[in-house]
Each structure stands twice: as C-alpha cells, then as structure tokens.
Design a protein around this ligand. Structure first.
Ligand code: HXC
Length: 286
C-alpha cells in the first residue's frame, strides 16, 4: 500500500505505544522506516514492544516511561526525546475509559480519564509543539479519538468529554500552528478488538451484542487498517490535510444514524419489497 521507506528518516513519538492501537501504529511506522520513541506508564510493556520492533524492523526505538498526566514529567521526557534528534511525528494514543452510570462517577473517576486523554494529550502536544516552533520545524500530530467526540457516549461520559476536548485542540492548533507547518488530525476508530478497549468496554460475562453488530461491513476493524490510515495522515501525501477527523469504523456511525428500523428493513423478503412497491400505485386504467 505504501512505498517501502516512506517514513525513512522520520522520528515518531507514540504515547500508549507499548500496546493496543498505539503499538499497531508503532509497528507500521517502523516497517516503513521510522525511528520510534515509545511512551507509556509501564516500562516493561514499552521495553517488550521495543525489543520486538527492533528485531523485526531494525529501526532505533527509545522507550520513555512517563505518565502523560504529569506536565513536568512530560517536559523532562520531551527534553530527552529531542536531545538525540528532533521528532517529526507525534501520535497521541494513550487513553483511559470504562463503563459506568454517569451519576455514580466520583470526581476522581472523571479526573482519571480526563487527565490522561485531554490534559495528557495537551501536555504532550504543547511540549512537542513549542520545540517544533522554536526550531522552525514542520511536523505532524495525530490523535486517536472516537466518534463520541462528535456524538457523545452514554455510559462513557468522561471519555466522550475528554475526546471532544482533544478534537477542539486539534481544530484550534491546526489553525494556530498551520503557518508553522504543523498539521494536526484525528482518527475516530469504530470497534477494534484491543485488550485495553474491549477489556473495559466489553467486559467478559456481560450480555452485550457481538462487537461487529451494527457495523455495516459486518466485522470489527483490523489494527493494521487503522495503522495504514495513521501512516497516510502523517505522511507527505496528506500534506494538505489538517484539522480533520477521519472515521475508520466500517460504517458503524452511519448505521446508528439510520435508526432502529434498519434491522427490520434488512430482514424484509423480496415479496415484502414487491408489495411495498405496489402500495399506493394507481391500478392501470382499463
Ligand atoms: C467507576 C471507576 C472505574 C469504573 C476506575 N474508577 N474504574 N469508577 N467505574 N469502572 C475510578 C476509581 O474508583 C477512582 O476513583 C478513579 O477512577 C481512579 O481510579 P484508579 O484506578 O486509581 O486510576 P488509574 O490507575 O489512573 O486508572 C485510570 C483508569 C484505568 C482510566 C481508571 O482504567 C486505566 O488506566 N486505563 C488505561 C487503559 C484504558 O483504559 N484503555 C482503554 C482505552 S479504550 P475513587 O473516587 O474511587 O478514588 C478507549 C476507547 C474509547 O479509550 C471509546 C470511547 C467511546
């Protein structure tokens, strides 16, 4: 799909890069020649991911254990990350989410998610941005959102609020930093079966319908598919795209919008459709 070496000479920092969608993106960027900086809370998870990537793709991979909620720690991490060679790409993939009735959420529960997704995303993006601006470097930022940034998400209130804030950040900075050659875009994934998302949002033992239910294409997403979109958006091929959010959800957002009659319409027989076609037609004149 992409020319080999597409990201050769680029250096990408990926938060949440040790697992889930962040790791899928890291692997794809490495496959296309990018050097990586993996950031996450768990050093062992980052190191294990980095070892695999180095072995498979031979690129340089640095690991910086860092909690993105802590602005001072992010500044120190970013100093270290830029020290050997400046970054060209930032992917905000670190996230937190869980299912809860909103009226039961404690202030700390809201903080836990908003601090990771919104404040963490801002901490990292601003720390990278001020270095790019000071150095006069162009760059690309990609944030993993969800459709809930646009629609809200019942029972996932803190995540929906936080992702909506990240979308506002993308749109604000795309304009503010456009003259500096810094592009910011988002991806809104549908159901991708990662442990982090599915473990919390589709807990075992619950009676939720299968993840592919409500997806027009009839299946969950493959991390590789998301990684390809993430590659395109940070590549030169997307050089005129900024402030945009692209859904990759097999049509799920549109199925929801189609309304509750959709399953019935899908199950109608040809006879029902034929009867419907004739309904209300004037009988032919004798
Ligand atoms: C209610 C909960 C809760 C739950 C935690 N809390 N889980 N409240 N229901 N299921 C509350 C705790 O009771 C506590 O408040 C507060 O949140 C902080 O919890 P901690 O466990 O101390 O916080 P922390 O260790 O920082 O954990 C953060 C976390 C955790 C977000 C709660 O799940 C996490 O680290 N997740 C990271 C990975 C992840 O979630 N990945 C999913 C990404 S999927 P009190 O008041 O009791 O002290 C994704 C898809 C988006 O983002 C789709 C959107 C629609």
């Amino acid at each position: 799909m992409f020319a080999s070496g597409l990201l050769q000479g680029r250096r990408a920092l990926i938060t949440g890069g040790g697992s889930g969608l962040g790791l899928a993106i890291a692997r794809r960027y490495a496959e296309l020649g990018a050097d990586l900086v993996l950031v996450g809370r768990r050093a062992a998870v980052l190191e294990a991911a980095a070892e695999g990537i180095r072995a498979d793709h031979g690129v340089a991979v640095d690991c910086f254990p860092c909690d993105v909620r802590n602005a001072d720690a992010v500044e120190a991490m970013m100093d270290q990350a830029f020290q050997s060679r400046p970054l060209d790409i930032l992917v905000n993939s670190a996230a937190g989410n869980f299912l809860a009735r909103s009226e039961t959420l404690s202030p700390r529960a809201i903080d836990a998610v908003v601090d990771i997704v919104l404040k963490g995303g801002a901490n990292v993006t601003l720390a990278a941005g001020r270095r790019w601006i000071a150095a006069g470097m162009p760059a690309a930022v990609l944030c993993i959102l969800t459709q809930s940034a646009l629609t809200g998400a019942p029972y996932k209130l803190p995540s929906a609020m936080a992702k909506a804030g990240v979308l506002a950040m993308i749109r604000s900075l795309a304009v503010e930093w456009g003259p500096a050659g810094i592009r910011l875009n988002g991806i809104a994934p549908g159901p991708f079966p990662t442990e982090g998302a599915f473990g919390r949002l589709r807990p075992e033992g619950t009676d939720l319908p299968p993840a592919e239910a409500g997806v027009a294409l009839g299946r969950t997403g493959r991390p590789q598919e998301l990684a390809d979109l993430a590659t395109f958006l940070v590549s030169d091929g997307a050089g005129y795209i900024t402030g945009e959010v692209l859904a990759i959800d097999g049509g799920r957002r549109l199925e929801g919008a189609a309304g509750p009659e959709l399953p019935a319409l899908r199950s109608w027989t040809p006879e029902t459709w034929a009867a419907l076609r004739n309904l209300g037609r004037q009988p032919a004149a004798a």
